[in-house]
Design a protein around this ligand. Sequence first.
Ligand SMILES: Nc1ncnc2c1ncn2[C@@H]1O[C@H](COP(=O)(O)OP(=O)(O)O)[C@@H](O)[C@H]1O
Ligand SMILES: [Mg+2]
Length: 266
Amino acid sequence: MIRVEDLHLHFGGIKAVDGVSIEIARGSITGLIGPNGAGKTTLFNAIAGHYRPSSGKVWLDGEDITGLPPHKLFAKGLLRTFQIAHEFSTLTVRENLMMVPGGQPGESLVDVWIRPSLVASRETEVGRRADEVIDFLQLDHVAGELAGNLSGGQKKLLELGRTMMVDAKIVFLDEVGAGVNRTLLKTIGEAILRLNRERGYTFCVIEHDMDFIASLCDPVIVMAEGKLLFQGTTDEVKQNEQVIEAYLGRGLKQRGQAPAAAGAPA
Ligand SMILES: Nc1ncnc2c1ncn2[C@@H]1O[C@H](COP(=O)(O)OP(=O)(O)O)[C@@H](O)[C@H]1O
Ligand SMILES: [Mg+2]
């Protein structure tokens, strides 16, 4: 579904993404792991149109989408979740969902922002969809709560919910478990699995929690120092623990750990 070929993204002298080639299969939940600074977020941003790659190509279903802006990709069903923007924190959960444009083919995010009447005219339909999403994610008890008052995990569920307001095909989730308690992390994992199985969503998930990755993802892509280090099933990643450890230092779960980078190419 997604093919990335020899992608480079440099910030001045920093090679944040340094020649990465990966594929994301339709219907998969692909994991992306690696130490802080490995280039995972930058890779996401380069695929999802937030950064223009220095070089390399990105294809979506065989179509060259390299450098397309986020709203064009959004219209094609490629979404990257973002934290609920500050200005949306004083809107309720339901209102936050209703602010997402309806994802009609060819309709851009920008159109809807510039012409809010479009949203108003679809309010009933959008409201119905918002209620369905609230139900699916079991957010009923906080539907009328201001987004700013939600817990970290509930906010993540809301971010996921926003992708369900459009006809998302592939969703990129960055550190979905950050600041989320175990119970809600399980709920988020279940929502991802159900969206994958019942709605045909393809996911690419960055997460440090290896139990979470192991329970959801196949395959798992490992990045270090801007490069693809390894790709395989969770079991294969685990079996390659010594190799991984050599690059990641002790334990994937530890955050803020600089890569040991033993034997890493310069
Ligand atoms: N906007 C930016 N400007 C300059 N350097 C950046 C920027 N974003 C990321 N970097 C650098 O690129 C490298 C990869 O960062 P990032 O993609 O955030 O890694 P990860 O998500 O794997 O932790 C790091 O060295 C980081 O400091
Ligand atoms: Mg990151």
